[in-house]
Design a binder for this molecule. Sequence first.
Ligand code: PEP
Ligand code: MN
Length: 444
Amino acid sequence: MSTIPDLASLHALGPAQQPSYADRAEVDAVVDRLRTMPPLVFAGECDDLKAKLAEVAQGRAFLLQGGDCAETLAGVTADNVRNKLRVLLQMAVVLTYAASVPVVKLGRLAGQYAKPRSSDNETRDGITLPAYRGDAVNGFDFTPESRRPDPQRLLDVYNASAATLNLVRAFTTGGYADLRQVHTWNTDFVRDSGVGQRYEAMAHEIDRAMAFMEAIGADPEELRRVDFHSSHEALVLEYEHAMTRTDSRTQSPYDVSGHFVWIGERTRQIDNAHVELLSHIRNPIGVKLGPSTTPDDALALAAKLNPLNEPGRLTFITRFGAGKIRQGLPELVEKVTASGVEVAWVCDPMHGNTFEASSGYKTRRFDDVIEEVQGFFDVHRALGTWPGGVHVELTGDDVTECVGGGEELTDLDLSSRYESVCDPRLNRVQSLELAFLVAEMLRT
Ligand code: PEP
Ligand code: MN
């Protein structure tokens, strides 16, 4: 079995997108402390998720992966976590019921605190400071103190992730995710929207189906709880390396900071540190693939990251953009499939569709998001391959960050409730609309 390279040799590869810490001794002390902390997830849970993702890879299940672009430490509140979970549960029930397909539920949460940036620095009014790289690295406030990379934040991320996972576990097994709550999830502002009413009608049908089951004496455990897993981008090497442990049961290394970790579009260089580190862990993993990805790039990644060609181990998350997917995706899928590589194909319809609105806000059009998912489905349908899932940035709140959707948000609405510290997220109504549209795509 492979041994994990030490941190220094990973850094010697010159990894992209790392914080430039001033004091190495302080970083080392944090890493040592993190190595003593208990695992946030168990190896066996990662294996369960891998088995579910094998079903996705083989065309028998659909992945719903979603959450914030960037979690924040201040955002770890009971309301915030519950709202995110609630919208994901609603979306999952729409997909499961309307398309009769098992849905694998994966949060972009409990660890999504580090961000790759297109530029190392940010300039405002003639002042240049380090770019915000996520709460794992520095603060969002535009001051020299806040923007200084602080290694202690990695311990805060560990604690925030533990608190989030604890809540998620309580919600998903303690009754909140019971399918008999299907109406309760549809509260507040959503219920009065068009899509909220559509959901309500569907929930009534589910009630009737459950009443029927109860009448015949069936009471399956599956109605009472859901399986829900965590995921984030494995970006800051110090954190992911410190959280990589040998599982006592199998003697295999797992990154116990989350069930599923992925490599971003900017750090997927085949000979570099992120691919190297993730090649050694046994978790299910993902790689983001943008429009510049060649079939050879994808095949090299699959060979290095999944040499045993195990289904469920590797997910390719494509993020081409609505205008590029129909042209670019077919060759990639065709060649990867022809070479016999086992992979789950998932569509991230967010990251290829970002632009700056006239008001200056970073935004996305709901229609572009839908158009990319439709392109993804059309390409896979034409090739006879399985469109395995969607990876979306969303929130359980009523924010105004993406334009369009049934509420017809415009550029002018963006300022009213723009809360993301990084990329724009679908709000709860837009997320539910997306779920109904994707369910229709799955059905046809
Ligand atoms: C992200 O998922 O927030 C992200 C930065 O994506 P990508 O690596 O695809 O650009
Ligand atoms: Mn993002």
